[in-house]
Ligand binder design. Sequence first.
Ligand code: SF4
Length: 127
Amino acid sequence: MVRRLAEDDPTLCLDFLREMPTPDVMAYLLALPGVGPKTAACVALFELGRPVFPVDTHILRIAGRLGWVEVGESAEKAQQRLEPFIPARLRLELHLNLIAHGRATCVARSPKCEGCCLSAICDFIHK
Ligand code: SF4
């Protein structure tokens, strides 16, 4: 992957991506060997400041419990489905806050639903 990147940018600074529209940035990153949707979106979001919404395991789990995506849906599908519904200016913050929520409260086993700030809108707790 690094070899391929170095062919396009020997500095490996990704500067050539900064001028590209976001769909082209994502297409470029996804074409790199070993780079999947989450990694591509994280690079686009954190390094290039693009308004994309990476879905990791915490976000996928919480989104499934909240009823935002089907339980068992892939992270890739969830990313495509969720992104258009999240205002661009909120994507970074929501990504970070959901990961923090998934680590502290909506953990994989035995989520701490009592006192969870999302309980009023959560499908999981109402089932
Ligand atoms: S209510 Fe429970 S399942 Fe729903 S988001 Fe909160 S911790 Fe997760």
